[in-house]
Design a binder for this molecule. Structure first.
Ligand SMILES: Cc1cc2nc3c(=O)[nH]c(=O)nc-3n(C[C@H](O)[C@H](O)[C@H](O)COP(=O)(O)OP(=O)(O)OC[C@H]3O[C@@H](n4cnc5c(N)ncnc54)[C@H](O)[C@@H]3O)c2cc1C
Length: 465
């Protein structure tokens, strides 16, 4: 009988969320992207009442298609890995090329199988977002199909944020209800903007153009291998998706202006101008519009305050190089669900315990950002290719007990794991990278030869370096 009643109530609340009696305040999530929906699903699994504001924006194309192995455990936790696999291409690793016959570096995720799944996925983002949204709903999260309206306020003497009267009404929140608000609004950074919370900016300030192509040749033997190329100017991605290839270029704003007036011209000319891409694009047909994204690196100076917390891109954005974006969104959601809500919704009624848990969450996300930023820099400034070349040279030299070869494999495994979301924050792995790039790079060209450049030069990089 009780089971039947519970089922009837659940069905009624799902259909008419606004009539739900608020026994306690729900967690209110602003934004139904991967961060918001993952958090909603994980909280719902813990029986925590949560409500997601979904603005129903469904662009045809979204960046964030190449995923790293670190996201797979979260898909498993949500029980969606099979569904993700059905819409995706399996990704065995990532390769990094330098144009004009420069070094080629191939990472296989097999290197991480001791602690992470040895693969990941390349996924069309709108489909992935839908899947996560549907799953969160299946698990019991409630969705409000409206854009959340927010306003700044002061709470406990500190800057805070609240829902407008209209948004509370739409969500069916009672006058007494004081929900914890989660900003998962992505690059809109809604809370930080309204509360004027500054952000620390990184060095990059580029623009990205991308589209999907058919018959764009791929360089790699392994089907789903992602290729990142350091071009004569900027860098590019090639992400194999089911039936098509996602191709994007990330270039300086100055260089973009020289490539044409429209996004289409700029992407087309960028491809034509780069030997590494032009040859592969001979038969290619663009099958989607060209999308433009600005690329910057930033991290909010505060991640939480009284009654609010930031998640995913709304907290910070590392860089598209190495694809840590979705991982940070999903990992942030996991940290909130498992760290802050480890003992359920009760914590919302215990301000001091909540504050301590939020400080831990905040610190953890900042640590992740710093670790990713350090790693990404090795790829932008060319040190990663130097380490790779020096390692290869060393491995070919005879050494007692094959030590040099073992050392090479050891360092490759650590770098692969750092780029997979495994040992990214590990003190040992990070020290190893620093040590390799400082002391074990004999007889190889300087890092600048392989660095991502802001300006285009016509002559081959190898000559220009
Ligand atoms: C050029 C480029 C390439 C990238 N490539 C990759 C990659 O290959 N792999 C990867 O993992 N990451 C990549 N990223 C990063 C990735 O796209 C983001 O990290 C990821 O989308 C962040 O997810 P999110 O849920 O935090 O935000 P979003 O995906 O932006 O979702 C936020 C949602 O909130 C909604 N919203 C905003 N305001 C409101 C409101 N007031 N009310 C209701 N809803 C609202 C938005 O419409 C949106 O649906 C790339 C980024 C760039 C710029």
């Amino acid at each position: 009988m009780l089971g039947w009643l519970n089922w009837r109530l659940k069905a009624a609340f799902k259909r008419y969320p606004f009539i739900m009696f608020q026994a306690s305040s729900p967690v209110v999530i602003v934004g139904a992207g991967p961060a918001g929906c993952t958090l909603a699903g994980l909280l719902a699994q813990r029986g925590i009442d949560c409500l997601v504001f979904d603005d129903d924006k469904r662009p045809e194309l979204l960046v964030g298609e190449s995923l790293i192995p670190g996201v797979v455990p979260v898909f498993r936790q949500l029980g969606v890995e099979d569904r993700v696999a059905q819409i995706s291409t399996r990704k065995p690793g990532a390769s990094f090329f330098v144009t004009d016959g420069g070094p080629r570096l191939h990472f296989s995720f097999k290197n991480v199988e001791s602690h992470l799944p040895p693969y990941s996925y390349n996924t069309p983002r709108p489909e992935l977002d839908n899947l996560l949204r549907v799953r969160a709903e299946e698990l019991g999260a409630r969705f409000v199909h409206a854009r959340a309206e927010l306003e700044p306020c002061i709470k406990d003497g500190q800057p805070s944020i609240r829902l407008s009267e209209r948004s509370r009404e739409v969500a069916g929140l009672s006058a007494e209800s004081e929900p914890l608000l989660v900003d998962a609004s992505g690059r809109a950074r809604t809370f930080s903007r309204l509360m004027a919370i500054p952000a620390n900016k990184g060095e990059r300030d580029d623009v990205a153009y991308f589209a999907h192509f058919e018959d764009f040749d791929h360089d790699e033997v392994e089907n789903g291998q992602v290729i990142i190329s350091v071009l004569r100017a900027g860098w590019s991605w090639r992400i194999p998706l089911p039936g098509r290839l996602s191709v994007g270029v990330v270039i300086s704003k100055e260089h973009a202006k020289t490539l044409g007036a429209t996004a289409e011209e700029r992407l087309e000319n960028a491809i034509r101008q780069e030997p590494l891409l032009a040859e592969k694009a001979m038969r290619a047909r663009r099958v989607t519009p060209v999308m433009t994204y600005t690329n910057y690196q930033l991290l909010s100076e505060r991640g939480h305050g009284p009654g609010w917390v930031l998640l995913g891109d709304a907290f910070g954005f590392v860089d598209p190089m190495l694809s840590p974006g979705l991982f940070m969104s999903l990992e942030g959601a996991r940290q909130l669900a498992e760290g802050v809500f480890a003992n359920g919704a009760e914590i919302l009624t215990q301000p001091e315990t909540l504050e301590r848990a939020m400080v831990r969450y905040d610190r953890r996300i900042v640590e992740w950002h710093h670790a990713w930023q350090e790693l990404v820099k090795y790829f932008y400034d060319g040190r990663i290719f130097r380490i790779h070349l020096a390692g290869k040279n060393l491995a070919m030299k005879p050494s007692p007990f094959n030590l040099a070869n073992r050392m090479e494999r050891h360092s490759t495994a650590h770098i692969a794991s750092m780029a997979s979301g495994g040992w990214t924050r590990s003190g040992y792995s990070r020290s190893l990278m620093r040590m390799l790039s400082r002391y074990l790079v004999w007889d190889v060209p300087p890092a600048e030869s392989f660095a991502v450049r802001q300006v285009h030069r016509d002559e081959p990089r190898s000559k220009a370096a």
